[in-house]
Write a new protein. Structure first.
Lengths: 352, 352
């Protein structure tokens, strides 16, 4: 059995016994029952995921995977593809959006070059696990080979395991890759069986004409590749990206190792969708951080059955939504561990 | 001119010049323009409120005002009224929801007894500014005198000024008072001109019968008091509460002193509504933290014209929504101060 199958088959349902106990504890805390809404849901889920009645979420890690996309040759992004590498330098310098928001929530950012089209010259704080120098242009055939698709998922799993050894209580997904909303829309159209126009948005800011062109490009890519929705790894190989495969691996590994995984926006959502199609049980380990402005994202969330925590009009990616949501998720377990019960605090319970 | 009029008339529009400069700065940061959605809006508003191009929000204070309500005699809450005082002890002990969430976001909680029906025996960390020992039962006449209503607003203003001297960059509102959703629904029905049923919810967890009874009680209170929607302080005196008046004072003082004020849920919303009716300019200084499960809250938010940041099914009060939102608001100004520009980071700008 290969690593991917081993991880997929090792993902178990949540610990329902602990979740029931958590519910009783939540109901005894000094507040009307259920009055902390989704915080209570989150606390319960985290105990079920971790199997720990008093989980702490101090060690937070956001995985930001960078990779290039051959389909940028078609002019589907308003930004030149060099921006992928330039943004990796920005990450390593600590001055991108994800750095600011990760510091703010107390998370560590793990930056992975899983397929940037050029060599990144600064190696400090960078994990280099290049599958290749960017994918091929998917309008001419598969974006990558099946071997590369599998390798990208396995790479995500291995990167996660290495970081897990240093300590992770909660993981978040993030990415950078000019052109990757195009791949994500193609994946969403294929795996959700929806018309391309319904799942394709403006990415980094296309105008109407640019959006129409992007839809035509995705249409061509789907026609030439004819990906099989019943074979998610083949879908990844034909119309995906290395960072998407890597994130799929990280998400699945989170399930295997019982670590809550916070899913960022649309591209992370496409990775989550592939993970879900490979193993539906992974859904219970996922927390959807926010609802992206990118229209395909809502389709993914409803397909998996996730309700996003935040709706702040974000569409940056990198893991920025994950970082913001992590703060709320961490708050939920502090409620569980730090609030007094009615009995301890001497507060009267409801009389009717 | 009395203190209330002085503060109301001293509230000025936001600094539009600084807000324009902030927009230009935001547009030059290494991200697609507008891609951080409401974070960008928030950063811009905070510069406009404070008049500071590089605002820091380190000093965060949540004001949790506690008071009792005579209308609890009518059995409109599932909890006995002693819970108000009991929860004050819980606040002082650091083990209530607001304590946990304030510690989590790095805010200080200022607990004020502005009208609890009994003496609180622990004075450490408690500000005692009792207007009276709970309001009167509003189904028999005014909940408080006009003098008390004015005094509650002034008290909020003075409490704020005392804390401001210790340092406040961002304030949040919160409250505790068994029966105060009844007062808040009455205020909302009156000031928004809406049927009582549309603005009355289950509070701390009433069943259907309890909810019907609560609506009848509010109806009686409005019939006997006939509050004048054109006179917000009179509305406060007839059907309000001391903590609501105190929060109105704090909110108005935030406008006067150019401090962003984060509005919690329904009861804080009723206080914000009174403040808005006294001085519509105060709207620009308010940030609505979340949308409460209590149905009247949405009516208040749309009346003032505020869009809540979070929607997490909260209905606890105390300032818990404010504390959660403060984290996101603080993130917004860090984006402004810590992210690199395209130029500084050597990242290519959009080509089309």
């Amino acid at each position: 059995m290969n690593k991917i199958q081993e991880i997929i088959q090792g993902i178990k349902p949540l610990d329902l016994g602990i979740m029931e106990k958590t519910q009783v504890r939540l109901d005894n805390l000094t507040k009307p029952q259920g009055s902390l809404g989704r915080l209570e849901e989150l606390a319960k889920i985290i105990t079920g995921i971790t199997g720990n009645e008093n989980p702490g979420l101090e060690n937070k890690v956001i995985f930001t995977l960078a990779s290039d996309h051959g389909v940028t040759e078609e002019g589907i992004s308003p930004y030149p593809k060099e921006v992928t590498a330039q943004m990796v330098y920005n990450f390593l310098n600590g001055t991108a959006g994800i750095n600011v928001l990760s510091r703010h929530c107390g998370a560590r950012v793990v930056v992975v070059d899983i397929g940037v089209a050029e060599e990144i010259k600064i190696k400090k704080d960078l994990i280099v696990e290049k599958i290749n120098y960017g994918t091929k242009n998917m309008i001419n055939g598969a974006a990558m080979s099946m071997e590369e698709a599998e390798k990208s998922i396995e790479t995500g799993m291995r990167v996660f395991e290495t970081e897990l050894a240093k300590g992770i209580n909660m993981a978040g997904t993030g990415e950078m890759g000019i052109g990757n909303t195009t791949a994500s829309s193609a994946i969403t159209a294929c795996l959700c069986g929806r018309p391309i126009e319904e799942v394709t948005g403006r990415g980094a800011g296309l105008d109407d004409k640019g959006l129409e062109h992007k839809i035509r490009v995705i249409n061509k890519a789907l026609e030439i590749n004819r990906p099989d929705p019943g074979n998610p790894i083949q879908v990844l190989s034909k119309i995906g990206g290395y960072e998407i495969g890597g994130l799929t691996g990280i998400i699945l590994a989170c399930g295997f190792y019982k670590i809550p995984v916070v899913i960022d926006g649309f591209i992370s959502g496409a990775a989550a969708l592939i993970a879900y199609k490979l193993q539906p049980k992974i859904k219970d380990y996922m927390i959807a951080s926010h609802c992206s402005m990118e229209k395909g994202h809502g389709v993914i969330l409803s397909q998996i059955g996730l309700k996003p925590l935040l709706d702040l009009g974000l569409r940056l990616g990198e893991g920025t939504g994950s970082a913001l949501a992590m703060n709320i998720i961490e708050a939920s377990v502090k409620i569980l561990s730090q609030m007094a019960t009615f009995k301890n605090a001497g507060v009267s319970e409801r009389t009717k």
